[in-house]
Design a protein around this ligand. Structure first.
Ligand code: ADP
Length: 497
């Protein structure tokens, strides 16, 4: 009997596989890191073959640990680092260049040129994205322009482009299947999120030949079968970019439900239902998923310095030994003593978008201690997230009911309670915070009918911790006002000659 689902969680620094049982309990997992290549300042690359090798090794190791055979596995689900771009030769299956990673900034000039030529509105309206090197489109253009013979081969249909999901599926099916799902497609800067097809106008702007592109499929549904010996015959039936998979894993199925992943940065996504909402606050519009042809959209915003602010306390200020220690240090004082910390180390993101702003600490007195700074650092994570949520509510006209949380820093109870107090809404931390892989497993299970509909998925709230807004917390308005004053100070400083 088939009882298990295998999730591939292909991330930016490691590849991981998790095997789930039919109640979505994790049974076994394995993880391998791979090499980051930094050939020049601002460039970040991965070796696509190493991504594949580590991913398949973790899968084989996982099912070996669990003592399970491929015949007992109903489906494979894939979730992946988004936007990272691979171009390979269809005949040989070999990449013609390293994968250009989402973090890579080499296409800044192409983006600026397009902006200067007045193209940003066209790109934003069509794709829901902003003109930024982050997304795949300009990376494909760079490969075609810079790898000898690439353009000619691409025009003849000899090359294939894919994000990491496409690449893994191509490898898994021995080159039989070249697809991507709508969520990954919605991060490429060449996909029309309304017509749900590649945009000829944008392909033209970026000089990308259509024959290299994958077929776009639903996030759930069988796209092919694995041919690799150790996984032979298992249907591949769930695909989603990492943040979309996390939204799904958190079961944010209702319009207005949202999740925040507190990692190095924070990634917030809100389900906005069947219509795409173009943001007035420089948030991104993205596809949450498509199941049985039915599309769901989301708004997305990110906090650049989330858990990274805590790493800064640890590594640069050296006032804590490990990230979790921040909680006890912050708890040792009852408030920040009037201190606000703006972690604009690399500028301010949405809703401010000020690349020149820099980290700022204001409100210090003779009595300010490292504990006050630690507490202000923690609060800054929640306040930045709150402002993104507020922007999402303003764009969508939907008011948030509950925030679903995951990621490393979501384990910090003080932070989660403060988030609930500032949002004035509850914050729910599930028992299983590995929501990305779980989302891929849910999609894959739905794709082959392990669960018939989303209503049949295992209940999400069992064992979850709920942080309710504290009715005795009466500092909220002051906190927000102080935060905004501190942001203004950071911006004022950046604007001075
Ligand atoms: P990523 O996937 O981005 O590497 P993780 O989800 O693993 O991130 O979370 C790690 C981040 O969370 C680090 O930046 C770390 O500083 C922060 N972090 C981990 N535990 C805590 C904690 N208990 N309190 C606050 N921050 C934490």
């Amino acid at each position: 009997m088939k009882k298990f689902i295998l999730a591939f969680d292909q991330g930016t620094t490691s590849s991981r596989s998790i095997l789930y049982d039919e109640n979505a309990n994790p049974i076994a997992s394995h993880q391998l890191e791979f090499k980051q290549h930094y050939p020049r300042s601002g460039w970040v690359e991965h070796d696509p073959n190493e991504i594949w090798d580590t991913q398949i090794k973790t899968a084989v190791e996982t099912i070996k640990t669990a003592g399970v055979t491929p015949t007992e596995i109903s489906a494979i689900g894939i979730t992946n680092q988004r936007e990272t771009t691979v171009v390979w030769n269809r005949k040989t299956g070999e990449p013609i260049y390293n994968a250009i990673v989402w973090q890579d900034r080499r296409t800044t000039t192409i983006c600026s040129q397009l902006k200067t030529n007045g193209k940003e509105t066209l790109f934003q309206k069509t794709t829901g994205l902003l003109l930024d090197p982050y997304f795949s489109g300009t990376k494909i253009n760079w490969i075609l322009e810079n790898v000898s013979g690439a353009r000619e081969h691409a025009e003849k249909g000899e090359l294939a482009f894919g994000t990491i999901d496409s690449w893994l599926i191509w490898k898994l099916t021995n080159g039989k299947t070249h697809v991507t799902d709508v969520t990954n497609a919605s991060r490429t800067l060449i996909f029309d999120i309304r017509s749900l097809d590649w945009s000829d106008a944008l392909l033209n702007e970026l000089s990308i030949p259509r024959p290299m592109l994958p077929t776009v499929v639903d996030s759930a549904g069988t796209v092919g079968e694995a041919e690799v010996t150790e996984l032979a015959g298992i249907p591949i039936s769930g695909i989603a970019g990492d943040q979309h998979a996390a939204l799904f894993g958190q079961q944010c199925f209702k319009k207005g439900s949202a999740k925040n992943t507190y990692g190095t940065g924070c990634f917030l996504l809100m389900n906005t239902g069947e219509e795409p909402i173009i943001s007035k606050h420089e948030l991104l519009t993205t596809i949450a998923w498509r199941i049985q042809g039915k599309i769901t959209y989301a708004l997305e915003g990110s906090v650049f310095m989330g858990g990274a602010t805590i790493q800064w306390l640890r590594d640069e200020l050296q006032i804590i030994d490990s990230a979790p220690d921040v909680e006890a240090l912050a708890q040792s004082v009852s408030d920040t003593g009037g201190v606000s910390l703006i972690p604009a180390f690399t500028g301010l993101g949405a809703p401010y978008w000020n690349p020149d702003a820099r980290g700022t600490i204001v409100g210090m007195t003779r009595g300010t201690s490292k504990a006050h700074i630690a507490r202000a650092a923690l609060e800054s994570i929640a306040l930045q997230s709150f402002e993104l949520l507020e922007a999402m509510e303003a764009d969508s006209g939907i008011s948030l009911q509950k925030l679903h949380v995951d990621g490393g820093a979501a384990n910090n109870d003080l932070l989660m309670q403060f988030q609930a107090d500032i949002n004035e809404e509850s914050v729910l931390r599930p028992k299983n915070t590995e929501t990305t892989a779980l989302g891929a497993a849910f999609l894959a299970g739905l794709g082959v009918g392990v669960w018939k509909t989303i209503n049949d998925l295992p209940p999400h709230e069992e064992g979850a911790v709920n942080f309710e807004p504290n009715s005795e917390f009466n500092d909220r308005d002051q906190k927000i006002a102080d935060w905004r004053k501190a942001v203004a100070a950071a911006e004022y400083w950046a604007g001075l000659e």
